[in-house]
Design a binder for this molecule. Structure first.
Ligand code: UDP
Ligand code: MG
Length: 322
């Protein structure tokens, strides 16, 4: 049956017992309406609730449901990557499990794909039911990212998208560990287009993206596609040196031409704090990059699959040239 599969839907799930059944029903309805073959690949990212049992239940009634379980929580971007490694469809769709991405939009994506596009990403025109903080920080992040990289990464798009088989194959060749998948998709190229949609509220359950994971994702995005943060030290260094020289010159002139006594230690203290703070911040920026280089050097596998149902367990097909 595998060779015949037309669409692979990848659904990363992490403790989504509250939504699984509903998501499955909506996806099934949409995919059945295509009258073509499909598989629903649930990538269970180390859930500790009833998610696993529920997916197994669905699998009992429906062969199209496939399940891959990680040995622990490896994170959303890794789950998507694993889904791509295992998917066998001619087109691959990545969608969130919480129905914030309406499954009906997949039909629009398929239509574009049939027109000949290789990547169809979903651009959100509205985000419902998300906090002001989340919307604003997301907005800011997308703007900073696009300002700091030459790569054209579309703003206001998540990972909800359709990829042609050949794009998926190219993505599988990218070995990096700290993955910002939507950026990688842009990097790969091919014919890309957008469909617009309104992002719904999560139907049930809580967000699985606390602030800590959001920050990690943004830093992965920035460091994967831009060296600008590192260059900041250069620019700031030049500004500070210029400032320092001017300041020294001013002091010298003051000393030569004015009788005033300069009691400058307050200023020295302030400058000291400022400069040390700046140096430490820059070391932190460098640290972010070095940590990622370290991840690459260790070259651990991206994820560990503890259980696989409906698909053969396999290694990532990445060949690293050292
Ligand atoms: N998710 C995951 N692993 C994680 C966090 C999230 O697989 O460590 C999945 C989650 O189950 C959902 C998708 O990623 O299908 C998006 O997460 P969520 O809806 O919680 O994020 P938000 O929409 O709030 O940004
Ligand atoms: Mg969500």
């Amino acid at each position: 049956m595998n060779a015949e599969i037309r669409y692979s839907i990848i659904i990363p799930v992490y403790n989504e017992e509250a939504v699984i059944n509903q998501t499955y029903r909506r996806l099934k309805q949409v995919m059945d309406s295509t009258r073509e073959t499909y598989e629903l690949i649930f990538v269970n990212d180390g859930s500790s609730d009833h998610t696993t049992a529920m997916i197994k239940g669905l699998r009992g009634q429906d062969d199209a449901v496939k399940l891959m379980t990680f040995s622990r929580n490896f994170g959303h971007q890794v789950a998507i990557t694993a889904g791509m490694d295992y998917a066998s469809g001619a087109a691959v769709v990545v969608i969130d499990a919480d129905l914030q991405d309406p499954p009906e939009v997949i039909l629009d994506m398929i239509a574009k794909w049939k027109e000949g596009f290789d990547v169809v990403y979903a651009k959100r025109t509205k985000r419902k039911g998300e906090t002001f903080f989340k919307k604003q920080t997301a907005r800011l992040f997308y703007r900073i990212l696009s300002a700091s990289t030459d790569l054209d990464i579309p703003t206001d798009t998540g990972d909800f998208r359709l990829l042609d088989r050949r794009v998926c194959e190219e993505l599988k060749r990218l070995p990096e560990k700290n993955r910002y998948v939507r950026g990688l998709v842009s990097w790969v190229g091919f014919r890309q287009t957008a469909v617009e949609y309104e992002r719904d509220e999560r139907v049930a359950g809580e967000t699985k993206y606390p602030l800590k994971k959001m920050i990690k994702l943004s830093l992965d995005g920035l460091t994967s596609f831009s060296y600008k943060p590192l260059k900041l030290a250069n620019y700031a260094g030049v500004v500070l040196i210029t400032f320092g020289f001017t300041y020294l010159l001013a002091l010298l002139l003051l000393k030569l031409f004015s009788p005033a006594v300069i009691a400058g230690w307050n200023l020295v203290m302030a400058m000291q704090l400022l400069l040390t703070g700046f140096v430490l911040t820059m070391m932190g920026v460098i640290g972010e990059y070095i940590g990622r280089i370290y991840d690459e050097a260790r070259d651990r596998p991206l994820y560990i699959v503890s259980e696989c149902q409906g698909m053969m367990k396999k290694e990532r097909n990445v060949k690293r040239v050292v």
